[in-house]
Ligand binder design. Structure first.
Ligand SMILES: Cc1ncc(COP(=O)(O)O)c(C=O)c1O
Length: 911
């Protein structure tokens, strides 16, 4: 291998050229080889494709240098042999058989098991299946020595090793960076001091992702610097430094924090090998699940409640044995209500649940993690109850999940609703603009009530995929209120931790960036410079339009995150995690325990806890590749819908430009499908834009095909076995996750083609009437959309200690007003009385939450004054499921007399 620059490495720069794109390139290569075998003039096409792949293939262990060079040798003379080898490599890659089958590494293999291989036998020395990973070795050794170095690493393998790994060698800082991004199989990196900075490959865009500040001055690159950067890209990787210098100094430096261990160059390679295995073992260990497995195998007599434990009541029964057969005996052997015998208590964990939670905290970048077995609905209520109390003001997105609203009712806190930007066209909301949030804080300040504002509670990302600029939101809010608590509901976004692209936009990703900034001595200077510019008494408008910098000496960083691990990772339904990064946690720890005691079941499900433990293990070991794949699948779906001539006639997926208004896309980013999009433009958008779109959440507009969201959801489920859950008036939400494969994309595309064809034929054969009906239906779905109602205000009866400029209210009293039946009345939505009261009073005041599905946000909350807007919206809604509203009875309202009793003001009556 030469050290000269290899150009034209477009593959490296391609945006989200993940595992799927790599498989496609190999499939294309096979096709080109086959084309060349039947037509000699096509040799050039194959050669060019192989040359283009070389750069990226060097970052993977398989097929590796020997097989690639065999492929090139074949390509010099024999088209048929070339096609054969390309086919074998591709098959091994697609089936992942190379991880266990040594024959896949042999250029001579004819499909049979082979005894001797070109590459020393890498795998298969033990009968048992051993998980496989790859280790990146960054070295200054000349490339000609790499095969020998790789062979030395392989010789370290021992039959008793729990895992098997293959080394991947690179010779520069830039190549190490690219390999870390492009190779999802890496689990560890060994950095040997003394390597070059510049890559042999030409990847200007990926290179630009390395901030200028991170570039070393000379040609030699710093190993510690590289370690820091790689840790930022993939924090789950174990990094090892092999130093030839003063290891003691290196190991003691603050910069070495990113590194798991520092070795002295001349030390035994075996130690390094063992350290690598131990590091992976640490991530693989699932303290609770491992114990549960042991527990299930022990012959235990149970004298506690839970007859199904051990399964005897099930398997001995003539009547319910089918449940046992359906779930299998292990489920019952692993059931227990005990917290002893190797198990632990979820309510007061001190043993393996505690250790499992600590590992989850590490994996998600938090200080603490709490497992929750009743979904994020419960995590949210726990967080709200623990962090705020009666009279505290919480700035909260009115459009958030109902658990937050109910949390405020329980806590007695006063919600100050902040409005998300509306997307009326699609009957959905976006996210809350920062200006709105700052305005609310500044208004509270002007009213002298900022001290009562305890928390900002937002959903990130929203159901439809709007992602906040979490860092900016927190920094600017902290500039106004330095001890504000942040609760980020990341029910849908837990997976984002494992994508370097999305991580900075997560609560914990942003919190650790802010933490690093707070520790940087330059932060005080930044703050003071801005203060000098703002002067003594900046106007509210100036504060609203300036990107505010908080005072690092005053900031108390208090960040909470909840995620439905079951929604985006491999946890069983209801598995949820609450993460904490709060410098003041000691002040709320007791309250936190109370909240856990209030909400957690005293009989938590063991399987759920185990699945949270396992989900964490998976994400730490393969989350990076899985998330990459989920994003890639989403981009494939987006592409397929946009480019298919028939599908695109009736359907489209909303791009970032449609989901996020231009004023919130400061970088000018348009969409992931835009031809000008690459890693650099996407990253810039992630850094600067106020809102970004989570690419895995795809709003498919079906109104243009004549279907409303609910109808289309039903059609997909009944006729095509495709399940989705969220709909709007004219759209459905498709989501990709770590579970999806390219076959799922293929199925979806086929179904959309079939539905489009059916519409096409119906319109072609139906004549003008059918066409007219169709056009009218599309028009009604796409243009005749109801305005989205904003939150009006709480009635004065529930605002007795409220400020002048803000709309918070006592939702708890509003909620309990409904318990007094005699103080409530019902009026049907269609009743003219509603219109009369809207016009002449007295106010219509909701006695409960009214939440239509879709869209799933409360149109009314307890104590809210109902407006014409809300009534119009409800009257236009054509959904059947409205929580808190019974059509036969009507809207439940607090009677004017009951309100008057609270305010002491007689109700205004119609003349
Ligand atoms: C934003 C948000 N938060 C919380 C929840 C509740 O999560 P879980 O279903 O895990 O209880 C949901 C459910 O859809 C949600 O959309």
């Amino acid at each position: 291998m030469s050290n000269t620059s290899v150009s034209s490495s477009a593959g490296i720069d391609r945006f989200f050229a993940g595992p799927g794109a790599r498989a496609d390139r190999w499939r294309d290569l096979v096709e080109l080889a086959e084309a060349w075998s039947s037509d000699a003039s096509k040799k050039g096409g194959f050669e060019a494709a192989l040359a283009e792949m070389t750069a990226t293939e060097e970052f993977h262990a398989y097929p590796g240098p020997q097989l690639l060079s065999a492929l090139r040798d074949h390509a010099a003379k024999d088209a048929t042999a070339t096609a054969g080898l390309a086919r074998r490599i591709t098959r091994a890659l697609l089936t992942r058989s190379y991880r266990q089958n040594p024959g896949d590494w042999d250029a001579q293999d004819d499909g049979e098991e082979v005894a001797s291989t070109v590459v020393p036998p890498a795998l298969g020395r033990t009968d048992a299946y051993r998980p496989y990973f790859e280790v990146l070795i960054v070295t200054g050794m000349p490339a000609a020595r790499w095969p020998t170095i790789a062979a030395e690493w392989r010789r370290l393998r021992r039959p008793q090793d729990p895992f098997v790994y293959e080394p991947v060698l690179v010779g520069s800082f830039e190549d190490a960076f690219c390999a870390t991004i492009l190779n999802p199989d890496l689990a560890a990196v060994v950095i040997q001091e003394g390597f070059a900075f510049k890559s042999r490959h030409d990847a200007p865009i990926l290179r630009s992702l390395l901030d200028t500040a991170e570039r070393p001055a000379g040609a030699q690159a710093s190993a510690l610097k590289l370690a820091q950067i790689l840790k930022r890209v993939r924090p789950e990787l174990d990094l090892y430094l092999v130093s030839t210098g003063k290891v003691e100094e290196t190991a003691g430096s603050a910069e070495a924090n990113a590194v798991r261990r520092v070795f002295y160059a001349v030390e035994e390679l075996l130690e390094l090998h063992l350290a690598i295995l131990e590091g992976v073992q640490d991530r693989q260990e699932t303290p609770f699940f491992d114990n549960l497995k042991k527990y299930a195998q022990r012959p235990i007599g149970t004298f506690h409640a839970l007859p199904i434990a051990r399964g005897k009541s099930v398997f001995r029964s003539d009547w319910i044995r089918d449940m046992g057969e359906f779930y299998g005996p292990t489920l019952f052997l692993a059931e227990s209500s005990a917290t002893t015998g190797g198990l632990d208590s979820l309510l007061e964990p001190t043993g393996n649940i505690k250790r499992a939670q600590d590992k989850a905290a590490r994996a998600f970048g938090a200080d603490r993690a709490f497992f929750v077995t009743n979904g994020t609905s419960t995590s949210n209520k726990m967080a709200v109850q623990a962090l705020v109390g009666p009279g505290d003001i919480v700035l909260v997105d009115r459009n958030c999940h109902k658990s937050h609203h109910y949390g405020m009712v329980l806590a007695g806190a006063q919600p100050l609703y902040v409005e998300a930007f509306p997307m009326t066209e699609y009957s959905m909301y976006g996210a809350v603009p920062l200006r709105t949030i700052k305005q609310a804080l500044l208004s509270l300040k002007a009213d002298g009530r900022l001290n009562r504002a305890k928390m900002l509670d937002l959903t990130n990302c929203t159901f439809d995929g709007h992602v906040y600029n979490t860092r900016r939101v927190m920094e600017e809010c902290l500039a106004i209120k330095p001890d504000l608590i942040f609760l980020w509901d990341e029910a849908w976004f837990g997976f984002a931790r494992f994508s370097p692209f999305l991580r900075p936009r997560t609560a914990m990703g942003a919190a650790s960036d802010i933490e690093a900034w707070l520790q940087d001595p330059r932060s005080i200077e930044h703050y003071e410079n801005q203060q000098a510019e703002l002067g003594d008494n900046p106007s509210e408008e100036t504060l609203l339009t300036t990107r505010l910098i908080p005072d690092p000496r005053k900031v108390k960083l208090r960040v909470y995150h909840t995620n439905s691990t079951h929604k985006s990772m491999s946890a069983l339904r209801q598995g949820s995690i609450l993460l904490v990064k709060d410098v003041e946690f000691h002040t709320v720890e007791a309250q936190f325990k109370e909240a856990v005691f209030t909400h957690a079941s005293t009989s938590p499900n063991q399987q759920l806890i185990a699945s949270l433990d396992v989900a964490r293990r998976q994400m730490e070991l393969e989350g990076y590749g899985l998330v990459h794949n989920a994003i890639e699948i989403a981009l494939k779906i987006r592409q397929a819908v946009a480019s298919h001539p028939l599908i695109s006639k009736y359907f489209h997926v909303l791009g970032a430009d449609k989901m996020v208004p231009a004023q919130y896309r400061q970088s000018g980013f348009t969409d992931y499908l835009d031809p000008s999009t690459n890693w650099a433009t996407a990253r810039l958008a992630m850094q600067v834009d106020e809102f970004c779109l989570d690419p895995t959440r795809m709003t498919l507009v079906c109104g243009t095909a004549g279907y409303d969201g609910t109808q289309f959801k039903g059609l997909l489920a009944q006729d095509y076995n495709i399940q989705i859950n969220k709909t709007s008036r004219n759209s459905v939400l498709l989501q990709s996750n770590i579970n999806n494969t390219r076959s799922d994309v293929a199925h979806l595309v086929r179904v959309l083609v079939e539905i489009s064809r059916e519409i096409d034929e119906r319109l072609a054969k139906g004549g003008p009437n059918v066409r007219e009906t169709f056009d009218a239906r599309v028009k009604s779905l796409m243009t005749d959309v109801p305005d989205l109602p904003t939150f009006s205000h709480f009635h004065d009866a529930f605002r007795q200690d409220a400020g002048k400029r803000t709309n918070e209210g006592d939702i708890r009293s509003g909620f309990y007003a409904a318990y007094d039946e005699s103080g409530c009345e019902y009026i049907r939505l269609t009743d003219a009385e509603i219109d009369r009261r809207l016009k002449d009073g007295p106010d219509l005041v909701s006695a409960n939450f009214v939440i239509p599905y879709p869209p799933g946000f409360p149109i009314m909350v307890p104590g809210q004054v109902i407006t014409q807007e809300a009534i119009d919206f409800m009257r236009k809604l054509d959904v059947k499921e409205i929580h808190g509203y019974e059509a036969a009875k009507g809207l439940k309202l607090v009677r004017a007399e009951a309100l008057a009793q609270r305010t002491g003001v007689a109700p205004k009556r119609a003349a």
